[in-house]
Design a protein around this ligand. Structure first.
Ligand code: DQA
Length: 144
């Protein structure tokens, strides 16, 4: 089974960007951790990052055709994008949203996520471990 792991704006700067909030690990480090874990779970992963909302929407459409599950961290678009919410709604796939930081413990404009409202579940505040946990959960959901 194949899992797409889609990452949104500014996540290319992980490791350099506000490390007190997002840590020192880069997106490449997270990808390496996910690759190791995917082997154990017998999953294929395709991890991508874009700063562009339309590109992320196109990738969700691609996931509809090609993936068995989806992990998404759409960054700030989580709080703003009804278009990404609708794209996820059009998917007949298990979707898990991940946030590195605990969005509920931060500014109020981060408390609501449009995209999480279209997901099966959300993991927030556990840093890169959240991606690993999301993969474990998806392996179960895909098998079920
Ligand atoms: C984030 C949380 C968002 O509020 C923020 O805009 C990000 C990162 C996270 O992973 O904690 O870019 O999605």
């Amino acid at each position: 089974a194949t899992v797409f792991i889609l990452n949104g704006p500014n996540l290319n700067l992980l490791g350099q960007r506000e490390p007190h909030l997002y840590g020192h690990e880069t997106l490449d480090d997270i990808e390496a951790m996910c690759r190791d874990h995917a082997v154990d779970l017998d999953l294929e992963i395709d991890l991508r990052q874009s700063n562009h909302e339309g590109v992320l929407i196109d990738w969700v459409h691609e996931a509809r055709r090609l993936a068995d599950g989806l992990i998404c961290n759409f960054g700030a678009y989580s709080h703003t994008s009804i278009a990404l919410h609708d794209a996820l709604k059009a998917c007949d796939l298990p979707v898990i949203e991940v946030h590195l930081s605990n969005i509920h413990a931060r500014e109020t404009f981060r408390h609501a996520s449009y995209t999480a409202q279209a997901a099966q579940g959300m993991i927030a505040g556990l840093g890169p471990t959240g991606y690993r946990l999301a993969l474990t959960a998806l392996a179960d959901l895909i098998d079920a």
